[in-house]
Design a protein. Structure first.
Length: 358
């Protein structure tokens, strides 16, 4: 989890959401592992290996069990992606993630009610199939929702990539060292949650499924606080992240493009919005410049040129919110700034200062 579209308020709580959901994934894997021939609801690498093992050994029951789990998870990815996509047509991404997690919670509750209310021995096997399919579906929805947290997504169930990236980052000599607490905490919590729920499953088996349900409910509560702190976000749709300064920020020495010329009399009758983003000393400040209409919809977005200039073309005349987000965030870096600008028939030049005057 390395970046967000706008200045993230309560980033610690958003990080906590991913950690709690990782714990939920570890806890529910314990339930399905014991209940259904050692398959996982969220860990697809393990299921794929066991599927190949079952096929190789001619254990078709084992292979079928893993197909059920994989089918549930993949179906959840489809549902979760559709839910987030539909929600983000009207809502900012934080709200859309909350909607998807609420769907996940409702599904887990429905599966739990069915699993614990059916006692007929004749339905024992279908009962477990519903448990694994439903749990896999829920974990797929969760995984789809977490794709929108951070530029590369934040896995809360499959942690091979997390372990790879975190351990490698500790010894990368060509990169500046930046400690990241979120990754090791997710790695640790999935072990703790799995071990803890294994104890619960041994002592009080009926409560083992309750643990992940409570954890998802806690994550939804935390996500609601994050959304409220960020006023629901500024724009509808997917998050847009500041570029990696080492790979995507334009290089002043390597860039020889000429600046855009401001047309005093635009052909379409709508002026352009241009200017510079500078720091407190008047020097260029690399930033993402976003134009949002008064309904909260993003209408234009660019990154500044090496000298701090930007050039936006509004779709229509009127009032807009101009948001300048520095490429480098955190620490003593300048905070983003938002100003209201009015664009009419003539082009407008508006400079934005990030940070305190020198």
């Amino acid at each position: 989890m390395t970046g967000f579209d706008h200045p993230e308020r309560r980033p610690g709580l958003l990080s906590a959401v991913t950690i709690v959901l990782t714990a939920a994934a570890g806890a529910i894997d314990v339930v399905t592992f014991f209940a259904f021939n050692e398959v996982f609801a969220s860990t697809m690498t393990g299921n794929l290996v066991l599927l190949g093992l079952g096929i190789g050994q001619g254990d078709w029951y084992q292979a079928l069990d893993n197909v059920v789990a994989i089918t549930g998870y993949c179906s959840g990815l489809v549902v979760g992606t559709l839910v987030c996509g539909i929600a983000m047509r009207r809502l900012p991404w934080r709200n859309a993630v909350g909607v998807a997690l609420t769907v996940e919670l409702a599904l887990l509750i429905a599966v739990g009610v069915f699993f614990y209310s059916v006692d007929d021995e004749a339905l024992a096997q279908p009962r477990v199939v519903v448990l694994v399919l439903g749990a896999g579906l829920a974990m797929g929805i969760q995984a789809a929702a977490m794709r929108y947290v951070g530029p590369a997504g934040t896995p809360t169930s499959f942690l091979s990539g997390t372990v790879t990236n975190w351990v490698s980052s500790l010894v990368e000599l060509h990169q500046p060292f930046r400690w990241n607490w979120n990754s090791p905490l997710r790695i640790a919590i999935i072990v703790v949650a799995a071990g803890g729920n294994a104890v619960v499953a041994r002592v009080e088996p009926d409560f083992a499924f309750v643990v992940p349900v409570l954890l998802v409910a806690l994550a939804i509560g935390l996500m609601a606080i994050v959304t409220r702190a960020n006023h629901g976000g500024l724009v509808a749709g997917e998050p847009e992240f500041a570029p990696d300064p080492q790979t995507e920020v334009p290089d002043a020495e390597a860039t020889v493009e000429e600046h855009h010329v401001v047309d005093e009399a635009p052909a379409d009758g709508i002026g352009r919005l241009t200017g510079r983003v500078v720091d407190g000393a008047g020097g260029p400040s690399p930033a993402a410049v976003t134009l949002v209409d008064m309904a909260g919809e993003q209408v234009a977005r660019v990154h500044t040129e090496p000298d701090g200039r930007y050039d936006l073309r509004p779709p229509e005349a009127g009032e807009f919110v101009l948001i300048c987000t520095p490429h480098r965030m955190g620490g003593d870096a300048a905070r983003p700034r938002a100003v209201v600008v009015t664009v009419g028939g003539e082009s407008v030049e508006h400079d934005v200062v990030l940070g305190a005057p020198a």
